[in-house]
Design a protein around this ligand. Structure first.
Ligand code: COA
Ligand code: MG
Length: 293
């Protein structure tokens, strides 16, 4: 995932209407879902519907990035999901219930075989991984580095984890994530950084609550996420706004870089009575490279 992606909208793979609406939502990426938003008796139908959508939209010149969320590796559904969609050449696959780098390597092999069969360049399809949906996954969050050159982002989920851990809820009375979920969120940030890929924040399900969404986006950006998933098109404008580097943030970053450039070889500089050293310089460079894209 290039870090220019700010928003990723889930569209149920059995809903042509929502997939179509997703195309004009302003989302940087769509996630065509074959997993949790599709009922168990509709999996086969969703594959056909999703494949038809991909066939029509992937060749379009201007479009969002388009990924497919397949069913988890232990469901027995993953192979049929991949058989249905890889030939249409989506930008990538979102793997739910990932349990560390080994599951990404496993998915990579499955994709490689299908790319070869479809005459697609090896490595064309990328992988995003949902890294915190099972209890075991939490203990593997640091193992994604080097698992596959396809892996381009890590995200986390609080709904399946809640069921897995047996918690009564995942948010407190103020709407803030409770401790087990904040821990999973932090593991996602650290796991992504350790693997050298972007961390992408999970969905905000209260989709009529714009203020709550904006606050959660700002907290996500503050803590190192560069994008957020959405479940409703109305969430896209807010997510894109918060994850687009602001003119003030760009000016501040340029100020840090200019101060270091003015003192070649310096490890530390002062700007307006505040100390800036190498980590600040790296942060400024990272923000500017994101802004340029
Ligand atoms: N993508 C594209 N379009 C969407 C959409 C989505 N995720 N969610 C809603 N829309 C469309 C609706 O179809 C509707 O358009 P229409 O009236 O022209 O048909 C419009 O946006 C307004 O929808 P609204 O009435 O506000 O919501 P809803 O009650 O129809 O849908 C949800 C609510 C939660 C069922 C729906 O947003 C949804 O399916 N979200 C995705 C769920 C998902 O994929 N979950 C898995 C990941 S956690
Ligand atoms: Mg789920």
């Amino acid at each position: 995932m290039s870090s220019a992606v700010r928003s990723l909208l889930f569209v149920p793979g059995d809903s042509p209407r929502k997939m179509e609406k997703g195309m004009t939502s302003g989302a940087d990426a769509l996630i065509v879902d074959l997993e949790d938003s599709v009922g168990a008796n509709n999996k086969a139908g969703a594959r056909v519907t999703a494949a038809a959508f991909l066939k029509e939209t992937i060749p379009q010149a201007t479009r969002p990035r388009i990924y497919v969320r397949v069913n988890a590796l232990d469901t027995g559904l993953t192979d049929d999901d991949l058989d249905a969609v890889v030939g249409a050449k989506p930008d990538g696959i979102l793997l739910p219930k990932a349990e560390g780098g080994a599951s990404v390597t496993h998915l990579d092999a499955k994709i490689t075989a299908r790319e070869a069969r479809a005459g697609i360049d090896e490595g064309h399809l990328k992988i995003l991984a949902l890294a915190t949906e099972t209890a075991a996954a939490l203990f593997q969050a640091g193992t994604y580095g080097g698992s596959s050159p396809r892996l381009e982002g890590l995200t986390w989920g609080a709904e399946d984890l809640s069921a897995a851990l047996g918690t009564e809820t995942n948010r407190d009375a103020h709407g803030e994530f409770t401790e087990p979920f904040r821990f999973a969120r932090t593991l996602c940030i650290a796991g992504a950084a350790a693997a050298g890929i972007p961390a992408m924040d999970t969905v905000y399900v209260d989709f009529r609550n714009d203020a709550g969404l904006r606050r959660e986006c700002e907290e996500a950006r503050r803590d190192g996420f560069t994008s957020k998933f959405a479940i409703h098109p109305a969430q896209i404008v807010i997510i894109n706004d918060v994850f687009t580097p602001s003119p003030e943030a760009i000016a501040a970053a340029e100020g840090v870089i200019a101060a270091f450039a003015a003192q070649p070889g310096a490890g530390v500089v002062a700007i307006g009575g505040v100390m800036y050293d190498v980590p600040h310089l790296k942060r400024a460079q990272r923000l500017l490279s994101r802004a340029r894209r």
